[in-house]
Ligand binder design. Structure first.
Ligand code: 4AD
Ligand code: MG
Length: 442
């Protein structure tokens, strides 16, 4: 006997995603019954294993009588181990099916609440722990995993060091109105809104860093773009200005879109997502850059009466995105609508050196960031103006005392990006267990 692998007719444990490599071979699949029907001497079982769905055909003449009997009326989600031979089948979406030789029922499922018929979103969200098994959530969450992996890959390749930011913090980063408060042994602590301030410290230690983790906003807004818990990737760079920051943001998004187009074709198809708009973002052509002032002009042409000085709302972003066929970078918003740490534009002090990236097709802001104030006195004044407690920011001010340099960074919301890539209207579908104003269950 040689030891170069299994003998020709041995049963190979397989996942459905690798079934094409197993044509003609005998495999063992561990999964769940997704659907089944019977006709006389045949049972057709659609079996899923988390990597795909395949039709398994049980023919009376090819299995033991008790196995054939046992396959009659198997409830949806019954756990099964199937052994059989893979054969090409041009009629199946996968191109293959399994001729069953043996089947073991591991657990006969109780009546499953999610049937292939249409259910309302509230019902599905209440059953999110089960809904995860369906085709659509499967596809979206696979795209999410690729997005996250692509972000890490890009950051690593570009020389950024991963630095984890704390979740429990003594102070606000993005303003005090959306803080989740908790008791910290008699002191007040807050769930982090952003790892940015800590990344600024880390950038002075390592040059180029990023964090990736959950962030929290007690958002009272019920929009399709807001979660109370969402995941953000936040690069921060020493010796970097607004222009350099925009280049990194553009490079990151282009890389993420390319990888999703390359690795998630089947998932995008399952979601009926037209890939054409994504292909434009993946071309490698620069994304348009416009100033806030130019954005206001475009909005006026589109019929909006947003006054200069107001922040862009979700509807304004949607209106704006109609003008562009790829993500657009909007820079230099009025400082008054932005956070305390933004550096002001030396050319026009009313403006902040900040940037938002707005996704096409009305998916809204996917990135927010900018150049940070690096001058001690200006920053002290800013903290006072914003009514923030100076003690909590003492360490942050230190960064402006010891070798302060121009620096910049941004945060990209993973769920917003996944919503755009998958074409899901609401961000709640893009995170395994969403937390919103009205949802903390399951
Ligand atoms: O624009 P934001 O608030 O920026 C910051 O937090 C900066 N401190 C980041 C930085 O410079 N390091 O948030 C950044 C991104 C937004 O563009 C959006 O994609 C996402 O985070 N985001 C949300 N996603 C889902 N639900 C919410 N409530 C979100 N709030 C922000
Ligand atoms: Mg923002």
């Amino acid at each position: 006997m040689s030891d170069d692998g299994p003998a020709p007719d041995d049963v190979i444990s397989s996942r459905i995603s690798e079934i094409a490599e197993r044509e003609g071979k005998r495999v063992q699949l561990c999964g769940w019954v997704y659907n089944s029907r019977s006709s006389g001497k045949l049972h057709f079982l659609e079996v899923r294993d988390g990597s795909g769905i395949i039709q398994c055909v049980v023919y009376q003449g090819e299995v033991a009588p008790e196995v054939f009997e046992g396959c009659h009326q198997l409830p949806q989600e019954t756990a099964v181990v199937v052994r059989g031979r893979v054969r090409a089948d041009p009629r199946s979406p996968l191109g293959y099916e399994v001729g069953v030789e043996d089947l073991e029922v591991v657990h006969r499922s109780a009546e499953y609440p999610i049937s292939p018929k249409e259910h309302g979103v509230a019902f599905l969200m209440n059953h999110r722990h089960l809904w995860l098994r369906s085709v659509r959530p499967n596809a979206v969450l696979r795209v999410r995993a690729v997005v996250i992996d692509a972000c890490r890959e890009y950051m690593g390749r570009e020389g950024f060091l991963l630095i984890d930011a704390p979740v429990l913090t003594p102070a606000a980063c993005e303003g005090t109105t959306t803080l989740f408060e908790t008791d910290y042994f008699g002191e007040t602590a807050y769930l982090t809104q952003s790892g940015q301030l800590y990344m600024e410290a880390a950038a002075m230690a390592f040059g180029k860093v990023y964090c990736f983790g959950p962030t929290f906003r007690a958002e009272k807004s019920k929009t399709r773009r807001h979660l109370t818990e969402f995941w953000m990737i936040e690069p921060e760079m020493a010796y970097c200005d607004l222009a350099g920051n925009m280049e990194v943001a553009e490079g990151l998004v282009t890389h993420v879109v390319r990888r999703v187009l390359c690795e998630c074709r089947c998932d995008l198809e399952a979601l009926e997502r037209d890939p054409a708009p994504l292909e434009r973002a993946a071309e490698g052509q620069p994304f348009p850059r416009i100033s806030y002032g130019e954005a206001i002009e475009i909005l006026r042409e589109e019929g909006s009466d947003l006054p200069w000085g107001s922040d862009l709302g979700g509807d304004d972003e949607t209106l704006l995105s109609r003008r562009f066929d790829r993500p657009v970078l909007v820079h230099r918003y009025p400082a008054q609508v932005k956070a305390f740490y933004m550096k002001s534009d030396p050319e026009d002090r009313r403006l902040a050196l900040c940037v938002d990236m707005i996704a096409p097709e009305g998916y809204g802001e996917i990135i927010g960031g900018g150049q940070r104030e690096d001058d001690l006195q200006v920053l002290e004044a800013r903290i006072a103006e914003h009514g923030l407690p100076p003690e909590a920011f003492a360490w942050y001010l230190d960064l402006r005392r010891y070798g302060s340099v121009p620096h910049a960074g941004f945060g990209m919301g993973i769920e917003r990006v996944v919503a755009w890539l998958c074409g899901t209207r609401h961000v709640r579908e893009t995170i395994p267990f969403p937390r919103t104003l009205q949802r903390l269950y399951p």
